[in-house]
Design a binder for this molecule. Structure first.
Ligand code: DX5
Ligand code: ZN
Length: 221
């Protein structure tokens, strides 16, 4: 049976409430945290320095920091992310000319390596990298901002990705990032998603609060 993980995207937190949100997620049993790192160049937004990974791990050493880099020079972040204690480190397939070298560099320092696909990219661009990936992140919105709308065109792409995993016998996890909402949870589960990056349509800003929202979401998965 596949693992199904609720992985809140901290980009949805108000900076002034980040600590409290993380505490509530932790107390709700959440162990995976999605941390977006945007450099203002690869995407037109800036959010979260590597420091957040270090701060999270200092307070919750058992937390799994799922870092999503949206930067033009992913290789430059590998050592700082290792030092900060990152667990999974993913970067966009089109953000460097040296995808395999970067994936290997992430693994060589003991982290899990992930590759991210934009909505505009063919799923099979990851084919040459499959020996070096622990995680494939399928963007279900254009990257750069939290709280956008789930692109339903992603469902056949997810199906294609799962098929690629099956056919190649690889064991990478598949993560769905962007606009996850209730109508699309089960369709994604059925198509082989393992990790759900969650935001305002599921676990954030729900009238009954984070613990109840997490419970509801985890039942839905
Ligand atoms: C988009 C980010 C996401 C985003 C996902 O650039 O990669 O992590 O926050 O969650 P939503 O879309 O639900 O806020
Ligand atoms: Zn993300």
């Amino acid at each position: 049976k596949q693992a199904l993980i609720n992985c809140p995207s901290l980009a949805n937190s108000s900076l002034l409430e980040l600590e409290e949100d993380i505490r509530q997620f932790w107390n709700s049993g959440v162990r995976w945290f999605h941390i977006d790192i945007m450099d203002g160049h690869y995407v037109p937004n800036l959010c979260y320095p590597v420091r957040l990974v270090a701060d999270l791990k200092a307070k919750y050493p058992q937390a799994i920091a799922d870092v999503h880099m949206m930067v033009t020079d992913p290789a430059a972040y590998i050592e700082p992310l290792r030092a900060a204690g990152a667990d999974y480190v993913s970067f966009h397939a089109d953000s460097t000319h040296f995808v395999i070298r970067s994936l290997r560099a992430i693994r060589e320092v003991g982290m899990k390596a992930g590759i991210v696909l934009n909505p505009s990219q063919q799923v099979d661009v990851i084919h040459p990298y499959l020996d070096w990936v622990d995680l494939v992140v399928l963007m279900t919105v254009e990257p750069g901002f939290a709280g956008q709308k789930f692109m339903v065109e992603s469902l056949p792409r997810l199906e294609e990705l799962s098929k690629l995993r099956e056919e190649t016998g690889k064991e990478f996890l598949i993560s769905i990032d962007g606009g996850i909402n209730y109508p699309n949870v089960q369709p994604c589960v059925r198509r082989g998603a393992n990790l759900f990056v969650t935001g305002v349509y599921t676990v954030y800003r729900q009238p009954d609060g984070i613990p109840a929202a997490c419970q509801r979401f985890e039942q839905e998965m």
